[in-house]
Design a protein around this ligand. Structure first.
Ligand code: PEP
Length: 255
């Protein structure tokens, strides 16, 4: 495990309803009472349940996050949700550039960069996701893809603005599939991402940024991933929907 403060995000995606969102949030905060300040734990419910989940976790150390944010400040953008609205309902974090949005909904690297800049300017903390597809990995392009996604997203952003950013390395082929990279491959990708940060900024800044792994992280494989000093926690999808699994992952990372 690294020296950096651990980060764990639960990405509920388009799951739960009014009752199950509250129940899941209640179970998570009850199960984390003994780990109050050992790291950042963030729950990212669907937009309609943000306020509700925010109220449920209000006096707990668990923070509220959104799954996406508009690159625009306000105005005629039907269906979009702004950073200030997210802050207004209690969110402190947002995901940006999740692969289901990049690949499923066609978000470009440039759009991801605009969302990142807007969220940070507005005072939201951000989990910036990056990662390669199966095809890109097979053709040896993992590091090139991560470099491109990061360079475009970070363009024009000063290190001071990036204190509030965590990077999630999420190989697209590992998300929701049960497949995972070997520890060596995950570690190599994290090191390559850190070296991109070093080349864009400097080594001191690069060493300070938290980089977490995401993609089929489960209670059964979390220990292996966080045995690496390069892996600062996890972004969890499927396993965050079962309190027992999410709590087992949190306890391992926050131990
Ligand atoms: C994710 O959605 O970011 C994710 C990592 O999903 P899963 O854990 O289900 O692979």
């Amino acid at each position: 495990m690294s020296q950096r403060r651990p980060f764990i995000g639960g990405n509920w995606k388009m799951n739960t309803d009014h009752a199950s969102a509250v129940e899941l949030a209640e179970q998570v905060i009850a199960g984390l009472q003994d780990h109050a300040d050992s790291g950042d734990v963030v729950l990212c419910p669907p937009y309609p349940y943000l306020d509700l989940v925010g109220r449920t976790i209000l006096s707990s150390p668990v923070a509220l996050g959104a799954q996406d944010v508009s690159p625009e400040a306000s105005g005629a953008f039907t269906g979009e949700v702004s950073a200030s609205m997210l802050l207004d309902v209690g969110a402190r974090w947002t995901l940006v550039g999740h692969s289901e949005r990049r690949h499923g909904l066609g978000e470009s690297d440039a759009l991801v960069g605009r969302k990142l800049a807007r969220a940070l300017q507005s005072g939201l903390k951000v989990v910036l996701c990056c990662g390669e597809t199966q095809e890109e990995r097979a053709s040896g392009k993992t590091d090139e893809v991560n470099r491109r996604q990061l360079e475009i997203a970070l363009e024009g952003l000063e290190p001071a603005a990036l204190d509030a950013m965590v990077i999630a390395y999420e190989p697209v082929w590992a998300i929701g599939t049960g497949l995972t990279p070997s520890l060596e491959d995950a570690e190599a990708a994290h090191l390559a991402i850190r070296s991109v940060l070093g080349s864009l900024y400097d080594d001191q800044f690069a060493a300070s940024v938290r980089i977490v792994y995401g993609g089929s992280m489960k209670p059964t494989n979390v220990a292996q991933f966080i045995s690496s000093p390069e892996i600062d926690g996890g972004l969890i999808g499927g396993a965050s929907l079962k309190a027992e699994d999410f709590l087992a992952i949190c306890r391992e990372i926050l131990a």
